[in-house]
Design a protein around this ligand. Structure first.
Ligand code: HEM
Length: 441
């Protein structure tokens, strides 16, 4: 008889090995430097190991491409998104919170706006926002680019995805950064269902959320009244016109929850990667020269390879999570119990010599001659929950960096590499990706 991971005759649990030290100590070590701690554990225990940390409990970490593929390819009845406070922050209709048939229905409806030809409609917005922001850059000193990249990606999302303009655009631009920061803190720290009133973190978050919902309501009303709705390209307009298989439209609450999901998942991750691109290329002057020459010759090939290599060596998101939903789940030689949280470690895989030759070296040419293996290179996760905004992010990063290199000269830098710093949503350059630029003549 073949035993599959779907079977309910639960085989005995067999977890990957892990350190025997107490949970609190493992937590302190992980907090001090998560990346170094994970690398050490992999060296000691191999590509799969178990760790025990405060709040989250026991986590199983995977970094073997084959085992991570098994995880991603398992049905959502076997492994799916983790239970977290995401539903309370993004709303119960968010892709992050939905499971089962409703999840699949949303995903099906929301996929077309982020694909293929649709994306070219957003390129002009990206270029315009990039040029606007670069125009404010100083030319006589080094400065941190991360805040600029964050403004560019937020503005792009607000215009291309939320379809906002005028008063609504201004207010969302102002309120979303602190609201999303607060929301990401609330997601990470499991909180009781009640809160301590108006000035408590949840109380403050609910006020932001009410204001956000009211603004989205106005945008939906405006869209319904727009005689040119069917000519619009923004994701909000496409959502309003889309229909589920049974012919019903998305509700207002569904639209609001999914828009905040895209904003929260999409702007800082992309901004962080853009900042890392700037941090990396100024430290590789020969590459910088080749990039400019390639773009001047009308080719994006080296730029695309550079973006991939930055995502490999400086991943903004270094892990993604799943939870076992079936009585047990088999992955490789392991049998994991129901409710076990699993980390697919994107970061560990990227730095594995067995996966990437000379893994520690920053070398965009590795992707110029050979496209990445989709099993071994997973900056956007995988399986049915793979990042819905991957193609959007790639387009946005390509246009922003192309616009930068076409219009400005980046001074080569001999400064020390910026360190990795976790800001809860993503892993950012510790000094904000400092750079010095001059306009190109
Ligand atoms: C460089 C930029 C980005 C990176 C590195 C990134 C990375 C990721 C990763 C690793 C996941 C988890 C996938 C999994 O669990 O298998 C994810 C999910 C997601 N991302 Fe992105 N992302 C980026 C940009 C974006 C953008 C621009 C958007 C929206 C326009 C977006 C929207 C989402 C959403 C909604 C999910 C949840 C998908 C689901 O559960 O079905 N991301 N992203």
């Amino acid at each position: 008889m073949t035993i599959t991971s779907h079977e309910t005759s639960a085989p005995a649990v067999k977890l990957p090995p892990g350190p025997p030290v107490p949970r609190a100590l493992q937590g302190v070590v992980a907090l001090a430097n998560r990346r170094v701690a994970l690398e050490r554990l992999r060296r000691r225990y191999g590509s799969a190991f178990s760790v025990n940390v405060p709040i989250f409990g026991r986590l199983v970490v995977l970094s073997d491409p084959g085992e991570i593929r098994e995880l991603f390819m398992a049905g959502t009845d076997v492994a799916d998104t983790i239970d977290s406070s995401l539903g309370r922050v993004m709303g119960p209709n968010s892709l992050f919170a939905l499971t089962g048939d409703r999840y699949r229905a949303h995903r099906k409806l929301l996929t077309p706006p982020f694909h293929g030809r649709q994306l070219t409609a957003y390129e002009a917005i990206v270029e315009q926002e990039a040029l606007n922001e670069f125009a404010s850059w100083p030319h006589d000193r080094t400065f941190a680019t991360m805040p600029s990249m964050t403004r560019i990606t937020l503005n792009v999302m607000l215009r291309a995805v939320v379809g906002a303009d005028g008063k609504e655009l201004e207010r969302l631009r102002e309120m979303l950064p602190p609201a999303i920061r607060l929301g990401s803190n609330l997601v990470l720290i499991p909180m009781p269902q009640w809160d301590w009133g108006r000035w408590s973190p949840w109380g403050r978050f609910r006020r932001y959320r009410r204001e956000y919902d009211a603004i989205v309501d106005v945008l939906i009303d405006k869209a319904h009244a727009d005689p040119d709705l069917d000519k619009r390209d923004d994701v909000l307009a496409l959502m309003i016109q889309s229909r589920y298989d049974d012919g019903s439209p998305m509700t207002r609450a569904e639209i609001a929850d999914e828009l905040i999901t895209f904003l929260a998942a999409g702007h800082e991750t992309t901004a962080t990667t853009l900042a890392w691109i700037v941090e990396r290329i100024q430290r590789h002057p020969a590459l910088l020269d080749r990039l400019v020459a390639d773009l001047d010759a009308g080719s994006d090939e080296l730029l695309n390879a550079t973006i991939l290599e930055v995502m490999r060596t400086r991943p903004a998101i270094d892990s993604t999570f799943r939870e076992v939903k079936s009585p047990t789940m088999r992955i490789g030689p392991w049998t994991l119990p129901k409710d076990q949280t699993i980390i697919a470690s994107i970061g560990l895989m990227n730095s594995d010599e067995a996966v990437f030759t000379d893994a520690g070296r920053f070398d965009p040419d590795r992707f110029l001659t050979q496209p990445p293996d989709p099993v071994a290179f997973i900056p956007y996760g995988g399986g049915i929950r793979r990042c819905i905004g991957a193609a959007f992010a790639n387009m946005e990063m390509r246009i922003v960096i192309r616009t930068l290199l076409r219009n400005y000269v980046i001074s080569p830098s001999t400064a020390r590499d910026e360190r990795w710093q976790s800001n809860r949503v993503s892993i950012t350059p510790s000094r904000g990706a400092r750079v010095r630029v001059q306009p190109r003549r």
